[in-house]
Structures are given as structure tokens and as C-alpha cells.
Design a protein around this ligand. Structure first.
Ligand code: EPU
Length: 426
């Protein structure tokens, strides 16, 4: 055990650099994972472009291969998936518990093959993360659900297709909406999803499904209407740039008093974040499809709530909280999406931050000088929060458990070095 820990990669960051330069945002994790599952809805090739090289893509690729799909990395960030050979309707437990998005194979398998089984999904430790919304959606379309040896087994009953219906989601779950929408595209008749998630990654999935021959309307609204079709065909689609990665770079620029051009930033879906960055005193300008973000002098404190889209993304809560440790005064933060997203607080305190928190709120007093320490990346965004803190901490910060960062950020250390940061992956 000791040897394994000694071999696990970690980042060592020497703080104090003012970030300067250009950085390109990679493809969006939370779109590409759903899009990969959507490829199971057809036996023709689905080609995705701008696919990030992150471990969540790799582990979902393994899962798709395990159920019989072909998954092939092509040159220039493209991924080819062919679901023609799918012959296993049960997602292997070790792969499903590694990556929460894996549960989204359920909708496509159920729609196309009438049977899907999976253990409850894994993923970050950011909350209880139930899947009732997914399961109720499948049930409403005529599937039965049983628990067998700890797994959920979902079966189509009756005819050859699920049956379209009007359903209400108790919570506008991102992956729940994606999963139910993927099941509905091949259902007989019309499905209406009321209280659907409107996140850009959900919208992009709907657009991909339409490119594959589906008929989804109401995209971007809380009411999605899906006219079922008998079959889908292949398609080629470009994955949108990751708005959470772009937001992380924006915080990095402001917190270090830097000047960073974030290329390919999807600014039209970043209003909440841009608004908060400006409110703290950062300068954010759109320049030919890029965002130029600069930090100029003292920062103002803020109050914010993490909310479903178009509210401030929960995935940017922890990075923004790090920024507020450097603002002049008291900031108040409320998490309204997940019930365990405050894991970063203890790690930031190790670096010298003054934060008190409850289960879903934090009060941050700033500015506090941060100092290097030994910390952990406890989930992908808590990892981003400590990394951002390390950029302004005096001396060296060692970040362990960076496999969490690898799940969602492509070539993170290389990109940081490109902006002048002294960072080593050891
Ligand atoms: N919820 C339910 N019932 C359900 C599903 C969700 O009550 O059936 C609740 C959850 O407990 C949670 C809230 O709804 O409190 C939000 O969960 P949601 O289902 O919307 O999130 P998710 O689909 O599991 C995706 C992203 C997350 C991102 C959230 C919110 C993927 C693979 N993950 O998760 O991304 O935080 O939407 O935008 O798409 C990340 O990238 O770090 C990350 C965690």
C-alpha cells in the first residue's frame, strides 16, 4: 500500500507567478460523455471531434468496448464509436462505479435492446447523487425496474419500443435529462419532459441526437418534446468547449493578477461566471471568440449561489471560492445543487484560507496570504480549487490524488506551464 501511494502522481506547484499568455480550452467533459453513450443508439459510426484526452473519456470508452461497441481514437482529437456490435446489456460494475456518467448507457441500451442493467453509478463524492429521476423516466415510458444482486435491471415490457409519455422530473437533473431523452428518441409516439435540465451540455446532446435523425424540440427550455423515430443513423459532431475549464482559467487569471487569453471559451454560456468575475473586479472581454481575462488590483468580496443553469455552475463553486480568499472582506457562498460540495474547504484551510462552512454554505474572510502545504484533490473541482490556491500560495504546494483532476482537465500541467506557472507532475 505504501509503495502504491509513493508511486501515485502528484503536482508540485511553486506559487507566485503572474499568469500571462494564451490557453486553449478542451472539449466539454459533460457533453462528450453523454455523446459517447448516444452512439449506442445506432449501428452506424458516430464521430465526435474535439474530444478531450481525460480519464473519464478513457474509462467510459472501456465500458462501451466491454458491452460490444467499437471505440477508436482517430487523429486530431476525434473519436469513432460504433454500437453495431453491442451484445451485452449489463454495464460491468467496476467500470460503472468508476465514472458516474457511465449510467447513461442505460437509456440507449434500454431504447435499442429492451434491456439494461447496471450497479448504482459511482463518480465524485460530492453528494448522495440519487438516480430516481432516471429510473422514473424509464418507468413512465413503460419499462419495469427490479433490483437484482444490487444492480438495477430495467426491462422494456410489451411491444418492441418504449412508449412516449408526458413526464415530470422532480429535479432538473443533467444526466437524468440526458438519459431519459436518449431513451425517448426511439420510443413510439411523443415524450414530453417537463422540468428538464437546460445545461448547455444537455442542449448539445439534443442537437447531436437530431443530427442522428431524432426529433427533439424545446432545446434549451425546461420542456423538451421528443417525437420518437424508428431508427437513428450515424453523425459527426464537434464537442463544445468546456465552460468549466474556461471558468477555471478565468479564475487563474484574476487571482494571480494576470492577463490570459482563453481561446475557444464558450462565453455565450458563461454569463453567470463572467458576471461574478466582473463583480470581484476582474476584467473580462470577448475578443474574436476568445475571452481575455485580467486581474487588476484589489478584489471585492461577493455572495453567490451555485444553481442549475443559467445560474452559476456548481462545478465553478470551489474555484470561485478560492478566488474569494483573496478578496477584501467577507464573502458568502451557498451550494444549492449538491449536498457535499464543501470538501475543498478543509484543504484550502491547510493553505491558510479563513473559511468556515456548514454542509452547504461557506463564509470566507479575505484577503488571507496563502502558504504552500500538502493538500489533496478530493474531487475534480475541489482539486481545481486547491490548484488555484497553490498559484498564489507562497512556496511549494504538493497536491496528491490528482487522478481526480485527470478525470476532467486535459494536459493541465502543460497548459499551466504555457502560462508561466512552475508546476511539475511527479
Ligand atoms: N438528483 C436527484 N435525483 C436524480 C438525479 C439527481 O435528486 O435522479 C439530484 C442530485 O442529488 C443533485 C442534483 O440533482 O443534488 C444535481 O444532479 P444532476 O443529476 O443534475 O448532476 P449529474 O448529472 O450527476 C452532471 C455533471 C456534474 C455537474 C452536474 C450539475 C456529468 C457527468 N456530470 O452531474 O459534473 O456538477 O451535472 O451541473 O455530466 C463535474 O464535472 O465535476 C461534475 C460533477
Amino acid at each position: 500500500m505504501r509503495t502504491q501511494q509513493a508511486q501515485a502522481p502528484r503536482y508540485v506547484v511553486n506559487g507566485g507567478t503572474v499568469l500571462d499568455g494564451r490557453v486553449r480550452v478542451s472539449g466539454a467533459k459533460n457533453e462528450v460523455l453523454a455523446a459517447m453513450c448516444a452512439a449506442l443508439l445506432t449501428d452506424e459510426d458516430v464521430i465526435l471531434e474535439n474530444v478531450p484526452d481525460i480519464s473519464d473519456v478513457a474509462s467510459l470508452g472501456e465500458l462501451l468496448t466491454a458491452v460490444g461497441a467499437e471505440v477508436e481514437r482517430l487523429e486530431s482529437g476525434r473519436l469513432r464509436i460504433n454500437g453495431g456490435g453491442v451484445n451485452l446489456f449489463e454495464a460491468p460494475t467496476e467500470l460503472i462505479t468508476e465514472n458516474r456518467a457511465s449510467f447513461q448507457v442505460m437509456g440507449p441500451l434500454l431504447a435499442r435492446h429492451g434491456l439494461a442493467a447496471s450497479a448504482p453509478p459511482g463518480g465524485d463524492v460530492i453528494g448522495q447523487r440519487p438516480i430516481d429521476v432516471h429510473l422514473e423516466g424509464f418507468q413512465a415510458m413503460g419499462a419495469t425496474i427490479t433490483r437484482e444482486s444490487g444492480r438495477y435491471v430495467v426491462r422494456r415490457t410489451g411491444g418492441q419500443r418504449l412508449v412516449g409519455t408526458r413526464l415530470f422530473m422532480d429535479y432538473p437533473s443533467v444526466s437524468g435529462t440526458q438519459n431519459v431523452m436518449m431513451a425517448a428518441v426511439l420510443a413510439e409516439g411523443q415524450t414530453t419532459i417537463v422540468n428538464a435540465a437546460t445545461e448547455p451540455e444537455v442542449q448539445e446532446l439534443a442537437r447531436l441526437l437530431n443530427l442522428m435523425g431524432a426529433n427533439v424540440s424545446g432545446i434549451g427550455t425546461q420542456v423538451l418534446t421528443i417525437e420518437g423515430v424508428e431508427r437513428l443513423h450515424g453523425a459527426t459532431a464537434r464537442v463544445m468547449p468546456d465552460r468549466i475549464e474556461a471558468g477555471t482559467w478565468a479564475v487563474a487569471a484574476v487571482i494571480t493578477g494576470g492577463d490570459v487569453v482563453i481561446e475557444d471559451a464558450p462565453w455565450p454560456v458563461m454569463d453567470a461566471m463572467i458576471n461574478k468575475l466582473r463583480a470581484t473586479g476582474g476584467t473580462v472581454e470577448e475578443q474574436d471568440g476568445s475571452l481575455r481575462v485580467t486581474g487588476n488590483g484589489p478584489l471585492r468580496p461577493l455572495s453567490f449561489q451555485a444553481l442549475p443553469y443559467p445560474g452559476l455552475a456548481t462545478d465553478l463553486h470551489a474555484p470561485l471560492a478560492t478566488l474569494l480568499t483573496q478578496a477584501n472582506g467577507i464573502s458568502v457562498v451557498h451550494e444549492r445543487v449538491f449536498d457535499n460540495r464543501m470538501l475543498y474547504v478543509g484543504e484550502l484551510r491547510k493553505l491558510g484560507a479563513e473559511i468556515v462552512s456548514t454542509a452547504s454554505s461557506a463564509i470566507i474572510s479575505g484577503p488571507t496570504p496563502l502558504h504552500g502545504a500538502h493538500v489533496r484533490a478530493l474531487d475534480v473541482r475541489a482539486g481545481a480549487a486547491v490548484l488555484l490556491a497553490a498559484l498564489v500560495a507562497k512556496g511549494h504546494t504538493v497536491i496528491d490524488e490528482i487522478h481526480h483532476l485527470d478525470r476532467g482537465y486535459e494536459r493541465l500541467d502543460e497548459k499551466l506551464r504555457g502560462l508561466g506557472v512552475e508546476i511539475e507532475r511527479t
